[in-house]
Design a protein around this ligand. Structure first.
Ligand code: DP6
Length: 359
């Protein structure tokens, strides 16, 4: 990695994990600054990552972004431009501050034009309700933080204006994104919770039922819900604060049952809000519902698994390591899986959970 110290080209590479919301963010109080209507809390999923390299090049030129080998059309993805503009604004601010506090050293002032080249590779499907934009924009923000030597709250803001949930991917473990009250978003920050220490044997099993792009994007969905859903109002005022508290308590005391109950209730309420919006939004499909039934059955006699779904049909199931292989076997009995995937699952079972590779 090289740092920006004048007109030189600078480059940084980072690898950033995705996060899965346990209490969902849904609805914005400011669409441009991406300030949420409610607090949310997430778990960082270490093994699903976006590896991103950014080059910051002096001079006038076009920004470019390439994700998984495909170039992104920036005219229809304004968020990148917003992030780059903000990064350059922060850089100018810092240089002005440095210039006013130091005597002139006779060097030429640095160029004011830069452009960015971003290449990113994710090891999970993009835009299928798997919060891929979270890892992607968090990686961009962290790489720019390194190049421009930004502080943590500036980097947090940079990630957030790329995609709200991205600011939660900047830390490991359990992360709390506070909605804040200020109009400028200065108190809207993601923080590691006191309970952040990793819960070592907690696993996220991601079941991809559809790796296509979602029909209603999160921003459009949130706008619809904010404008039309009564349930969203009730959720924000009366439900979310206590759930944030409950998740932290359950995580700190390693109370899986309590954690699981809240996770599933919040996922269900989020999708109920989507249904309560006009026109209604349906993110879950047949396979998602089958999975819900499987988890319910698996939990008869004691809660050992929790499902959660973001804005798409793919499931994230949270289990403790001791129950993971049994859960996967229950899934394989109820959900049809292509045979090539079975081999992958078998290999994963063997590697991750120390069980024989015969699913
Ligand atoms: C359902 O962070 O993708 O996954 O801020 O518009 O980019 P934008 O939305 P995004 O929304 C995530 C919504 C969610 C819940 C969550 O991650 O908290």
């Amino acid at each position: 990695m090289s740092q920006d110290d004048g007109a030189a080209e600078a480059e940084a590479t980072v690898r950033v994990p995705m996060n899965i919301a346990l209490v969902k963010y849904w609805g914005k109080r400011d669409d441009l600054l991406i300030l949420p209507l409610n607090d949310s809390i997430s778990l960082t999923v270490d093994r699903l990552t976006a590896e991103t390299t950014i080059r910051m090049v002096p001079g006038v030129g076009k920004h470019t972004v390439e994700i998984n080998g495909k170039s992104v059309e920036l005219s229809s993805n304004k968020r990148y431009q917003t992030v780059f503009d903000e990064a350059l604004r922060l850089q100018r601010k810092r240089k002005e501050a440095e210039a006013s506090s130091a005597d002139s050293n006779g060097n030429d002032p640095p160029p004011i034009f830069y452009h960015f080249h971003v290449t990113s590779t994710t090891n999970f499907p993009v835009a299928a309700g798997l919060a891929s934009s979270a890892a992607g924009f968090a990686a961009i923000a962290l790489a720019i933080q390194r190049i421009l030597r930004l502080d943590d709250s500036q980097a947090n803001r940079l990630a957030r204006i790329g995609s709200g949930s991205a600011c939660r991917s900047m830390y490991g473990g359990l992360v709390h994104w506070r909605k804040g009250e200020m109009d400028d978003g200065s108190d809207c920050l993601a923080v590691r919770t006191e309970a952040a220490a990793n819960w070592e044997d907690l696993y996220c099993i991601i079941l991809v039922f559809d790796d296509g792009r979602k029909k209603v994007g999160s921003s459009e969905g949130m706008r619809r819900s904010r404008e039309t859903s009564q349930l969203l109002k009730h959720r924000i005022e009366s439900i979310v604060p206590q759930r944030i508290q409950q998740i932290q308590e359950a995580y700190t005391s390693r109370n899986f049952e309590q954690l699981a109950r809240v996770i599933m209730a919040d996922s269900n309420q989020f999708h109920a809000v989507c249904m309560d919006s006009t026109p209604p939004i349906r993110y879950l499909n047949e396979a998602s519902w089958q999975l819900i039934d499987t988890v319910e059955e698996f939990n008869i006699g004691g809660i050992r698994a929790a499902y959660t779904f973001d804005a798409g049909p793919n499931a994230c199931v949270i289990v403790q390591k001791e129950n993971a292989s049994q859960f996967l076997k229950a899934v394989l009995q109820t959900i049809q899986v292509p045979s090539e995937d079975l081999q992958v699952i078998g290999k994963e079972l063997a590697e991750q959970f120390d069980v024989p590779a015969e699913p």
